[in-house]
Write a protein that binds this ligand. Structure first.
Ligand code: ADP
Length: 512
């Protein structure tokens, strides 16, 4: 087993990996940018290395600098988390060529699954059903029109290098094709530096169901079951759960076998996810494979009892997977992504200082977060602050528990997605599990209500009272180095005051 692991990420996922290291008795090394000098992941790690200015291109994306840091501190392995360098083939290769272990799949597997077109080719060869469409980038609009004729409109133009829902355009009529292709190519070029776009049939009303797999270096590839991720806005996941109401044990077995076949075809090792669309007839189609840990991995951990991050590390160190072939989920888990976005304002990013953070607790509640009272939220990084995850014996109980936990959660100082999640948990269709990938876009106007002016005035008053209260009662966070090893110096540790009581009263009324 490794003695020291460098975590090449920030925020909640860096903390998640540091916690796994701590439980395995491995020393952890954080890296951080100027903007993160005071961040919790820096304080919780055993060591921390400064890697550059706030912009990720000058810090968290500097692979060479990060490898150099790992060597400097004597780490044997690097965990990339998700995003940033996690799916960069060149980085996995660089880590390996530097004599270190990349905690993830081999560079060759990342390359094989890296472009959606090459992943489709590989899936087809392995006998995995894919959405009807092309496996090569489109030459021009004429070619796209010819292909569209063969399976009919609507079609979906997709960036081969795509991710995060970018470079995707639905085309409902032939007359819109040329303009949409131009737009998709432009967006793909801007986002990924690659304007290759291909075409898929646009499937109406399917669910997004994905299979978590894990593979060791000794030939075992296992499916850990499905996650339902249909609650999406602009093709991005907002709420995930495991298992899925639409998946029977028999379908779970078939989807699991398909995902394992795709992973084997790519020579896959470590944790990965095969994403599928599941239509109303129970037919499923491979979308892509994510060659890394997913944001939503905790719901699988809670229903399988398997610590995915620990097993990523153990597998990378050469351990064998000890689990049986057929793993059935136990109970139900739901995850809500808590982002610094204002649902009442078109999910506009919200920035500022978190003046007060009260975390939910009690039975079956897990908080995977990267912020605390006093954290500053800027625009440099992803707006996801934390994930609130619950487990209960049944889906109904999990929905009720998530609602209760969201009510307990209090965040003062910035706008967050909390209110939106509360409305979803109260929604009758969501409660029935009656969801598909277009469900949220259709229901969004009802689920986000503009804030009443009275609430904003009240929230501002709460924030002002808290500010005054903090100045009276708390120690100010010190300089970057001053907090090291002192687990709570930058927290607001004031005793419960009149202002806190106000916040709690506000929370009961649905205010933040
Ligand atoms: P990205 O890598 O950008 O996230 P994906 O291929 O994973 O792109 O697709 C993201 C989401 O877009 C899916 O979860 C689904 O909601 C929608 N989507 C993708 N392909 C199709 C399709 N052929 N038909 C309908 N919806 C699709």
């Amino acid at each position: 087993m490794f003695t020291k692991v460098l975590v090449a990420n920030r925020g909640e996922i860096a903390l998640r990996i540091i916690r796994a290291c701590q439980e395995l008795g491995i020393k952890s090394v954080a890296v951080y940018s100027d903007a993160d000098a005071q961040a919790p992941h820096v304080r919780e790690a055993d060591e921390a290395v400064h890697i550059g200015p706030a912009a990720s291109s000058e810090s968290y994306l500097r692979g060479e600098r990060i490898v150099e840091a790992a060597k400097q501190v004597g780490a044997e392995a690097i965990h990339p988390g998700y995003g940033f360098l996690s799916e960069r083939e060149w980085f996995a290769r660089l880590v390996r060529d530097s004599g270190l272990v990349f905690i993830g799949p081999p560079a060759e597997a990342i390359a094989a699954m890296g472009s959606k077109t090459s992943a489709r080719q590989l899936a087809i060869k392995a006998g995995v059903p894919v959405v009807p469409g092309t496996t090569e980038p489109l030459r021009d609009a004429e070619e796209a029109a010819e292909i569209a004729k063969t399976f009919g409109y609507p079609i979906l133009l997709k960036a081969a290098a795509g991710g995060g829902g970018k470079g995707m355009r639905v085309v409902r009529e032939a007359k819109d094709l040329a303009a949409s292709l131009d737009a998709a190519k432009r967006e793909a070029k801007n986002a990924f530096g690659d304007d290759a776009v291909y075409v898929e049939k646009y499937i109406e009303g399917p669910r997004h169901v994905e299979i978590q797999i894990i593979a060791d270096q000794h030939g075992t590839v296992l499916s850990l079951g499905e996650r339902e991720c249909s609650v999406q806005r602009r093709h991005q996941k907002m709420i995930e759960e495991a298992p899925s109401v639409a998946v029977s044990p028999e379908l779970r077995r078939r989807m699991g076998e398909t995902a394992v076949a795709a992973a084997r075809a790519a020579g896959y090792v470590n944790a990965g996810t095969c994403e599928f669309l599941l239509d109303k007839n129970g037919d499923f189609y491979f979308l892509e494979m994510n060659t890394r840990l997913q944001v939503e991995h905790p719901v699988t951990e809670l229903v399988t009892g398997i610590d995915l991050v620990q097993w990523q590390i153990r597998v990378a160190a050469g351990e064998k997977l000890p689990f049986p072939d057929e793993i059935q989920p136990r109970g139900w888990a739901i995850e809500c992504r808590i982002t610094s976005e204002d649902p009442a304002n078109g999910f506009l990013p919200s920035t500022g200082r978190i003046e007060y953070l009260h975390l939910p607790a009690g039975p079956g509640v897990r908080w995977d977060g990267g912020v605390e009272s006093g954290s500053t939220v800027g625009l440099h990084y992803d707006p996801m602050l934390a994930k609130l995850i619950v487990w209960a014996a049944t889906r109904d109980q999990a929905v009720a528990r998530m609602h209760r936990a969201l009510k307990e959660l209090t965040i003062v100082g910035i706008e967050t997605s909390r209110e939106f999640h509360l409305r979803v948990m109260e929604d009758a269709e969501f409660q029935r599990g009656d969801i598909e990938i277009q469900w949220l876009e259709r229901r969004l106007p009802e689920l986000v209500t503009p804030k009443a002016p009275r609430d904003s005035v009240r929230a501002a008053a709460i924030a002002a009272a808290l500010l005054a209260d903090r100045d009276r009662h708390t120690r100010r966070p010190g300089a970057a180095g001053a907090n090291r090893g002192n687990g709570g110096a930058s927290r607001v540790d004031a005793p419960l005051s009149g202002a806190d009581a106000w916040v709690i009263a506000g929370r009961r009324e649905g205010l933040r």
